[in-house]
Design a protein around this ligand. Sequence first.
Ligand code: NAD
Length: 354
Amino acid sequence: MKIAVLPGDGIGPEIVAQAVNVLEILSRDGLKVELEYGEIGGAGYDAAGDPYPQSTARLAKDADAVLLGAVGGYRYDTLPRPMRPEQGLLRIRKDLNLFANLRPAVLYPELSSASSLKPEVVSGLDIMILRELTGDIYFGQPRGHRRTAEGEREGYDTMLYSESEIARIAHVAFKTALRRDKKLCSVDKANVLETSVLWREVVMEVAKEYPEVDLSHMYVDNAAMQLVRNPKQFDVILTGNMFGDILSDEASMLTGSIGMLPSASLDEKGKGLYEPIHGSAPDIAGQDIANPIATILSVAMMMRHTFDREDEAKRIEDAVRRALADGFRTADIHQEGMKKVGTKEMGDAVAARL
Ligand code: NAD
């Protein structure tokens, strides 16, 4: 298992250190793990004048999987756009052709009061949002600004999906559903958008290869409503880039803390970039108070999706669950009566249970 480790900026190095600790335990238990470090984001700019240095690109291409912390920091906010840390993220995703973004929204029963929804609505929530990441209105051409014949300014974008782009993400979605409760809900806006009409047709064609999966369709406006009304009705949600951008953020907040949620972005062969969904949290960097669980759970996703090691994935998730059940809490998820710990101590609590 060749893993490129890119800690990045802010709390990135602190939380990645705890995830690496988990990888080292798995390695001690017999997995052949090979780690190589590189710079990305502001760290890349500091080291090589580029948020995605060539050495990092080479490392990421050679690896089977990439573990990333987060990028961004106040110091870099005034740099010209191509030098900004966020460009490092966009470029690595594009460079590795990571088209499938998996974002679970899981709420451990111990944390059900952290959600802004009623505990009975969200307790035990476990949904997976699968967002297409390289197409749609974010990349469609033409796009731009122009003037009408009357001289008024107009802005325009193009929503566009090809059949093959829809089919490849649909296959990932059906396979993901097969590993879970075998329920897939495809979200579109087929009552209004031509792109969505094709999306729905292609998803239904791909569905014929997965008769065990129960497929349903939902308009995106209804999906946004259902996610806060009764989120536990969902197992896997499949959607395009823009709808997925919005719905995955909405779903993540059902769980209360962004410090808990991992993500995976995969290419066609299952190579993946694994990272927490949160940013570099410069406001708390270097203080040993960030929650490392999202990054640790990213390693569990890596075991499952790139290395096909369900046992190790479950072991890591179970260790996290038991650390929470035993009362360990970082500041972001802390409640009365629980044991308040820092980044390292939380990492150690998970490691001990692993
Ligand atoms: P953020 O996610 O970094 O932080 C939002 C809030 O959540 C902050 O109060 C932060 O302290 C808290 N938080 C985040 N992660 C936490 C953790 N693990 N434990 C405890 N608390 C945590 O978002 P932001 O403040 O909007 O952005 C900060 C920087 O991160 C910016 O430069 C932004 O561009 C960048 N960013 C990067 C990514 C990424 O690397 N994938 C994603 C989002 C934002």
